[in-house]
Write a protein that binds this ligand. Structure first.
Ligand SMILES: C[S@@+](CC[C@H](N)C(=O)[O-])C[C@H]1O[C@@H](n2cnc3c(N)ncnc32)[C@H](O)[C@@H]1O
Length: 309
């Protein structure tokens, strides 16, 4: 007796539920769509169809992989972010919806400003899949605002993915990618203070405290790159390093936007204050009402003030 499409979807849903998957029905459907390269409307029209044994076999192979904890996005190789398609693999963090808050705020700030000659100069530090850099380049281009975006990451594998995403979204001429450790690859002037070269720096750094990593969901813990998650003992290592350096690379009116963890909305502004080169910090909440983004303006007097050197 042949299985019907609705039967195997129900079986996959039940299996995913048992394995603790958060969206079992959706995952069952998306996995099938991915396998046959169909969209969800096709699925609804064919629920009652009998399926070939070969198709069932291949589907259950994918169900096994998903039930074993592999995130759906790494199986399908894709994730939508800011309404745009992104390729992903296990070398990059899967772009999160929370990060869209940072992109939206960055666009709001930039669109309210007059671009400098040659366009806005934007740096996406720790760019991973390129989600932030590509979205900014795409939506600024769409709004007919000129921008040159630079994405940087310490992982050459991640940069390969980011380059592909720039190509897929038609912004490869607006973005350049550079490999290196935070500000390491960027030119410094004779006094080794960096050069004021960016109107905006955006960054979603690794910010999970090392001790918390073993408590993350299995899918994240076992499949997403540790390099993208581990923020050091208290989760703040990257913020300290970035805040110490970012002002040197920002123009006088420059802005730094940092994604932060839900419990870092007090400590990150304190670190900014300690660095001595920034004005008051604005914290933006995500859709769940949790602190998510720090908007940090360079202090106009940063060069003259008593900042850490
Ligand atoms: C949380 S992920 C963010 C990825 C992407 N920006 C996003 O929002 O989806 C952090 C990224 O930082 C990169 N990274 C880790 N250590 C780094 C370092 N020292 N310098 C530059 N990038 C680093 C990782 O490779 C990873 O791609």
């Amino acid at each position: 007796m042949k299985l019907l499409l609705k039967d195997i979807l129900n079986m996959a849903e039940a299996r995913f539920t048992r394995e603790g998957c958060l969206t079992p029905r959706l995952d069952a459907e998306l996995l099938f769509c991915h396998m046959l390269k169909k969209d969800k409307s096709w699925l609804f029209l064919h629920y009652g169809d009998e399926l070939d044994d070969k198709i069932c076999e291949e589907y259950f192979r994918l169900v096994d992989i998903r039930a074993g904890g592999m995130p759906l996005q790494y199986i399908t190789g894709s994730q939508e972010f800011m309404g745009l398609p992104f390729r992903v693999n296990e070398k990059v963090l899967i772009p999160r919806q929370d990060t869209e808050i940072l992109v939206e705020k960055a666009l709001e700030i930039l669109k309210a400003r007059k671009e400098t000659r040659g366009g806005f100069r934007i740096l996406d530090l720790c760019c991973g899949s390129g989600a932030i850099a590509v979205s900014l380049a795409y939506y600024l281009k769409k709004a007919k605002r000129k921008a040159a975006v630079l994405g940087s990451d310490i992982s050459s594998d991640a940069l390969e993915v980011a380059k592909e995403n720039a190509r897929i979204n038609g912004v490869d001429r607006q973005i350049r990618f550079v490999e290196g450790d935070l500000f390491g690859p960027f030119p410094k002037n004779r006094k080794d203070r960096g050069r004021k070269q960016f109107d905006m720096i955006v960054c979603n750094p690794p910010y999970i405290p090392t001790g918390v990593l073993p408590t993350l969901m299995r899918e994240v813990r076992e499949h997403e790159p540790l390099l993208a998650l581990d923020g050091g003992e208290d989760g703040l290592d990257f913020y300290r390093r970035i805040l110490e350096e970012a002002w040197r690379y920002l123009v006088e009116e420059g802005v730094l936007l940092l994604e932060i963890g839900y419990d870092q909305g007090i400590t990150v502004p304190l670190l900014a204050e300690e660095a001595g080169a920034y004005g008051p910090v604005e914290i933006i909440k995500d859709l769940a009402g949790k602190d998510r983004v720090a908007v940090i303006k360079r202090n106009e007097n940063a060069d003259r003030s008593n900042v850490k050197r």
